[in-house]
Design a protein around this ligand. Structure first.
Ligand code: AMP
Length: 218
């Protein structure tokens, strides 16, 4: 079966996680968030977890080989048979080159850059809250949960990410610019690249993304 594969690119805080969850609901394909998988590894406190913590707590990227192997193992699972959404991967050109080797000729690839300049989204990140169980993203200013401080679905207490600190956020923006943004040029050449304006309300951004992924052509 031809897989539908969606890669979401965008600055930290551009809305990749939020929009990935919308696409999951619509296309019934799983969200693969390397950030979530690495946070789970970190929580296990083993050798890999300690290494990941060191990198994440400084705002740096985890090394390509580690992330590539996590993704390679995940995308062969049964629930990825019809496709998947990559949220936070690839994040470097070498990761994109490795990922290319995981693709089949029949796959339909959509690379969508959610464009949002960092000067406009710093505020979103310092007020961001996350459910530690389902990963749903809230915001204490613009996307409040119905009951203050707890997830609408899981009812668990929302948490702030340890790397959503202003100094680390600025470092993550720098890393995005230097290491991840070159992917825009990389994918623009391939004809599967699209861009949406991530500064508009969530529902409008979702509508634009829907128009792209509902299209059957590559
Ligand atoms: P995210 O949840 O996508 O913002 O990712 C949080 C952190 O996880 C990043 O700042 C990196 O340290 C690490 N990370 C997530 N995805 C990747 C990736 N594809 N390559 C390297 N590091 C990653």
């Amino acid at each position: 079966m031809a897989r539908k594969i969606v890669i979401l690119l965008g600055n930290p805080g551009a809305g990749k996680g939020t929009q990935a969850k919308e696409i999951v609901r619509r296309l019934k394909i799983p969200q693969i968030s390397t950030g979530d998988m690495l946070r789970e590894a970190m929580a296990r406190e083993n050798g890999l977890g300690k290494e990941v913590r060191k990198r994440m707590d400084s705002g740096f990227l985890v090394n390509d080989a580690t992330v590539n192997s996590i993704v390679a193992e995940r995308i062969v699972k049964e629930d990825c048979r019809s496709g998947f959404i990559l949220d936070g991967y690839p994040r470097t050109v070498p990761q994109a080159e490795t990922f290319q080797q995981y693709l089949d000729r029949t796959d339909r690839l959509f690379v969508i850059e959610i464009r949002a300049e960092h000067s406009n989204i710093l505020g979103r990140l310092v007020t961001r809250l996350m459910c530690p169980s389902c990963g749903e993203i809230y915001n204490s200013v613009s996307r409040k949960p119905s009951q203050e401080g707890s997830c609408d679905r899981c009812r668990l207490a929302l948490v702030r990410r340890s790397d959503d600190r202003e100094d680390l956020i600025l470092e993550r923006f720098r890393i995005y610019r230097e290491e991840t943004f070159p992917l825009v040029e990389h994918y623009r050449k391939t004809g599967c690249y699209h861009t949406v304006d991530g500064l508009r309300p969530i529902a409008e951004v979702s509508r634009d993304i829907r128009k792209i992924v509902d299209c059957e052509e590559r």
